[in-house]
Every structure is written in structure tokens, then in C-alpha cells.
Design a protein around this ligand. Structure first.
Ligand SMILES: Nc1ncnc2c1ncn2[C@@H]1O[C@H](COP(=O)(O)OP(=O)(O)OP(=O)(O)O)[C@@H](O)[C@H]1O
Ligand SMILES: O=P(O)(O)OC[C@H]1O[C@H](OP(=O)(O)OP(=O)(O)O)[C@H](O)[C@@H]1O
Ligand SMILES: [Mg+2]
Length: 282
């Protein structure tokens, strides 16, 4: 039975459960449940703090887990990324009160507050910058400068709203681009059952990323039309009762749906229909 660690709280918890549910797994109804067996799918879920997921995976007491790339690196655990999951996307950045710090070198001899001390310490060492201290805080790091325990911060930034509200701005390059990832133990064979889990999650990712597009097209325009919708391998082209027309079906990136429909219509395609993919195995 594959043992899977899942975040029990925070911004990873809900989307992780939604993804697993979409992949056909049971998920808990009561947020106080700590363990959930799913014998039909031969897996068992352990609901753990997101920060701890990599620790358990690295120790081998669970087989795989869902966590953030930033959290995995900060844990220092013996775990590796197996599959990026496309949600909880963020950047990890240095920031300081507006107009006070220009670049990485400006951190030398100053105090950096963060909830990710291992990640930040490692990055600064790699770049040869020595702060006077790395101050570890649990959260609300943006308040640390105003409250006098640090001079700059390093934290998760998504929209930048929290930083702006605190009168801060980012500086330097992002330390990291993070997202939710499926992780497994480093230097060990893939556990039994991981292949099925991976294929199922990949199915969800594809179903989220693509739509199915069907359209009718004059036969002499098919070549130009399939150049617009090449699909993943090759689009399906079927004859229609009216032999001067063909029906085409192809997968199209969801984000480009409307541009592709406009181009097809301009070319002369008609009856363009878009359908969501409910599930798939490629
Ligand atoms: N605003 C955000 N947008 C996108 N991802 C985020 C955001 N805040 C945190 N994350 C990601 O969520 C993970 C951290 O989850 P965690 O549950 O520890 O913290 P949290 O979501 O800030 O919850 P809490 O603050 O309630 O503890 C990290 O991978 C981080 O990159
Ligand atoms: O760029 P934004 O869209 O504003 O998002 C980034 C903020 O979101 C998270 O905070 P959270 O609300 O989880 O509070 P915390 O700092 O206490 O963890 C993160 O730590 C940042 O503060
Ligand atoms: Mg937080």
C-alpha cells in the first residue's frame, strides 16, 4: 500500500485534496482526520503539516508526499522532486522598505528575517553574502522590519499585495520559483504504486491544461487548419457526408482557446466546439 503524505493545513491543503479527488482517490471529510485508508486504490493518506511532509518522506516513513518546492528545500530532507503539480505557484524573494536596499550585496552585515532559514542561508552562502543574522520567524515576516527585529526579509511573494501593504519592495533576483510538487525519497527505488499515482496526477494536469476542440473545415483548408491545431501528436481528421468538408478534432492548450477559435474561424472553419477533458491517460 502506497503511503502518501498530504498537507493538512495552509494554502497547499485544499488544492492538494482537490487534485487527489480528481485523480480518483478518497479524501477526508473531517479536517481532524489524520490518516485515511483508500483500499480500493491501494493507498493510505497521512495528513501532516506542510513543513513536515519532506521530513517524513526523507526518513522513508511515508513513500511520497505533496509539499511546496520551497518547503522541501528548506527542510534539508533527503527527498527529491518527482512531479511538479502546477498549483501554489509563487516566487521567493528578498524585500526591504522602499528605497533602502538595491541589491544582494546590500544584505551584508544586516539582519534577514524569514520563515525559510535553510533556503535563505544556503542562497546567501552560495552568493558570498554574509548577513549579521538570519532571524527565523513563523509568519507575517513583512512586519519584522517595522517592528525592529530585522532590516530585510526573504519571503513568499505571489501578487505582491502583502509587501506593498507593508511599504516594502523586492530587490535582487528571485531565489526560487516555487509550486506544489510530489516528492519522493532520494537515492531509493521508486516505491510500488508510484507509477499509477504519477500517471493519474499527470492525467489531471493534462485535463486541466488542455481542452478538446472539434470543428468542420473545407477539405482544401485542412492542411492550414491542422497547422493551427497540431494537437499533441496528430489531430483526428474524419470525412463528412458532404465530401468537400472534413471534421477535425485536436487537443488545444486551454489558455489559447479563444485565439485558436478566432484563427480557425478566419480561415473558414465552422461549427467550432470546445469541450473540457474530464480525465485522460496519454
Ligand atoms: N500567497 C501564496 N500564493 C501561492 N503560494 C503560497 C502563498 N503563500 C504560501 N504559499 C505556498 O504555500 C506553501 C506554504 O504552505 P504553508 O501551509 O506552510 O504556509 P501558508 O500557506 O502560508 O499557511 P499558514 O500561513 O496558514 O501557515 C509554500 O510552498 C508557499 O510557497
Ligand atoms: O504576494 P501575496 O499575494 O501578498 O502573497 C504572499 C503572502 O502570502 C503568504 O502569507 P500568509 O497569508 O500565508 O501569511 P503568513 O506570512 O503568516 O504565512 C506569504 O507568506 C506572503 O506573506
Ligand atoms: Mg503563510
Amino acid at each position: 500500500m502506497l503511503r502518501i503524505a498530504v498537507p493538512n493545513k495552509g494554502s497547499l491543503s485544499e488544492p492538494a485534496a482537490a487534485m487527489l479527488r480528481e485523480a480518483g482517490y478518497r479524501q477526508r471529510r473531517d479536517p481532524r482526520e489524520l490518516v485515511l485508508a483508500d483500499p480500493d486504490n491501494d493507498v493510505e493518506f497521512f495528513f501532516l503539516r506542510p513543513r513536515d511532509v519532506a521530513v517524513y518522506v526523507g526518513a522513508g516513513t511515508v513513500d511520497v508526499g505533496i509539499t511546496g518546492r520551497d518547503l522541501m528545500i528548506d527542510s534539508g530532507a533527503d527527498a527529491v522532486e518527482h512531479l511538479p503539480l502546477g498549483f501554489a505557484r509563487s516566487t521567493f524573494r528578498f524585500a526591504a522598505p522602499v528605497g533602502t536596499t538595491e541589491d544582494l550585496a546590500g544584505i551584508a552585515g544586516r539582519r534577514v528575517a524569514t520563515s525559510y532559514p535553510v533556503l535563505v542561508g544556503g542562497y546567501l552562502r552560495e552568493h558570498g553574502v554574509q548577513p549579521s543574522a538570519v532571524v527565523r520567524l513563523d509568519g507575517a515576516v513583512e512586519s519584522s522590519v517595522r517592528l525592529g527585529v530585522a532590516d530585510v526579509i526573504a519571503d513568499v511573494v505571489e501578487t505582491g499585495t502583502t509587501l506593498r501593504a507593508a511599504g516594502m519592495e523586492v530587490f535582487g533576483e528571485p531565489l526560487l520559483r516555487s509550486e506544489a510538487v510530489l516528492i519522493r525519497r532520494a537515492d531509493h527505488d521508486a516505491p510500488a504504486g508510484l507509477e499509477v499515482l504519477t500517471r493519474r496526477l499527470q492525467g489531471v494536469l493534462t485535463a486541466r491544461e488542455y481542452v478538446l476542440m472539434d470543428y468542420d473545415c473545407p477539405v482544401d483548408l485542412v492542411e492550414q487548419a491542422v497547422a493551427i491545431t497540431p494537437g499533441l501528436e496528430s489531430p483526428t481528421v474524419s470525412p463528412l457526408h458532404d465530401s468537400s468538408w472534413a471534421a477535425v478534432r485536436a487537443m488545444v492548450p486551454r489558455s489559447r482557446t479563444n485565439q485558436v477559435m478566432d484563427s480557425l474561424y478566419d480561415l473558414g472553419a465552422r461549427a467550432i466546439l470546445v469541450t473540457s477533458i474530464h480525465a485522460c491517460r496519454l
